[in-house]
Design a protein around this ligand. Sequence first.
Ligand SMILES: Cc1cc2nc3c(=O)[nH]c(=O)nc-3n(C[C@H](O)[C@H](O)[C@H](O)COP(=O)(O)OP(=O)(O)OC[C@H]3O[C@@H](n4cnc5c(N)ncnc54)[C@H](O)[C@@H]3O)c2cc1C
Length: 523
Amino acid sequence: MTRSWWGWGTVEEAVTGAELEALLGRVRMLAPGDLTGHEPPDVSALGLPAPRVSAPTALADLCSADPADRAGHAHGKAFRDVVRNLHGELRHVPDLVARPRRERDLVDLLDWCARDGIAAIPYGGGSSVVGGIEPRFEDDRAAVTIDLGRLDRVLEIDPVSRAARIQAGVFGPRLEDQLRPSGLTLRHFPQSFEFSTLGGWLATRAGGHYATLRTHIDDLVESMRVVTPSGINESRRLPGSGAGPSPDRLFLGSEGALGVITEAWMRLQERPRWRATAAVHFADHAAAVAATRAVAQSGLHPANCRLLDSAEALVNAGVVVGGGVLILGFESADHPVGTSLDRAEELCRDHGGEIRAGTAREGTSDTWRSSFLRMPYQRDALARHSVIAETFETACTWDRYEDLHHAVTQAARDAVRKATGQDGVVTCRFTHVYPDGPAPYFGVYAPGRWGSTVAQWDEIKAAVSGAITDNGGTITHHHAVGRDHRPWYDIQRPDPFAAALTAAKAALDPTGILNPGVLVPAP
Ligand SMILES: Cc1cc2nc3c(=O)[nH]c(=O)nc-3n(C[C@H](O)[C@H](O)[C@H](O)COP(=O)(O)OP(=O)(O)OC[C@H]3O[C@@H](n4cnc5c(N)ncnc54)[C@H](O)[C@@H]3O)c2cc1C
């Protein structure tokens, strides 16, 4: 398989043929526009500037100046990244890509960067959707991207406490492959699982596929080892601790700005043996939301509790329904889960939900799952045909949900009309639900204009981010802050905390080389 330099995943898995025709057919019905296809440019035609630095001799064999390597590490994998790649618009490219083989190499690389004032960007799978790995700075300093892909091993498994010591650069599938013989699993499955790493998940506080309880990677961490320019920070393995503020909490979500995570002890679980799923149809969206809240507050803790609104159900699961579909799933390694599903279904029926016995128990959730994994490939195919197809996400408390949903949907629709002159489609689903609120995830699909879709999307994104912030939501539930969410993160974050974070950055990274501009202003 060949990794795509410009888009998601591998070249071989790209959407082509009948799948592409069907996709474009659906788009023509929903949002007609100019759907001419455009080929991605060849890396040799990009005309990248020569690297501004060269590695010291002792580090030279860790560093690559290969144009394909540099281009492939320049942008993350958001819609705006993919489109800029398609246009050959690579304004900020790392000068070198370094691949440490061991922790000592990493220490030497950081020493060199600190000495010469070079920015160092920690890099896992490069699946950031918030400009987290892009060497875009206020000044024009040189940048070395530190790709941790060679640190990809499970080093130790403790079957008694059920935990494993794992290197940060391991991708999801290879991580699970190494755990499989032990019968244990990390059970963290973000949509980007195949092409993102443990270190990236920790550094962005990623959200997995499971809808309740341990939703974020944070909940699975026992201890972490982080290399900072000021020294190595390793926390103690503990099941819980009340000893002051948690050191791990400082580095979780630190987005490469405070240190480079090299390994972590992660909590494992047995692989589930019992499963039960159902799809519940609702005629009314408010009733569907009320039912979802009842399940979230019931203490049943479903593994999946994903409410799709009617537009999302139609676009991504092919289901026509007035108020939405709630996909429920329970699983356990220890006991049958049928009774939990029965009780959740009862709660849904109380709110007018209709359980589609037989086909729906399997059908909708399976259709949804396979479409879920194809979504990023389809997004890229749409981008090649000038369709704006992007998502954004948040979380809020239940009491604010209705207002937030209304304001954000309206802001998205108005912004699409203003930016494109046409009506687009705005969808919403809950990716995670908590007893005190949901994490709504919105999709926007609109016909764009080739050459302008990034500017059009940026306009829409600014409008929806403002609506989220004004209505009590967080600028991100799990996509992280990066460079693109900074303006709204700065509003959301309390000032004393901003001062403390800036001081922490100065203490850990005194020369300000680590991912400058992410989380706090570059010094
Ligand atoms: C199609 C698609 C689906 C996605 N689905 C999800 C999802 O379901 N849930 C979710 O949470 N996110 C999702 N994302 C966003 C992205 O996958 C996550 O943010 C992921 O955690 C990034 O991991 P990565 O290894 O690719 O990190 P990268 O993109 O390489 O880096 C992300 C950030 O972490 C820093 N970083 C990376 N590795 C380290 C390290 N070892 N030490 C210190 N800092 C480091 C980088 O500097 C950067 O700031 C999705 C993205 C795409 C494109």
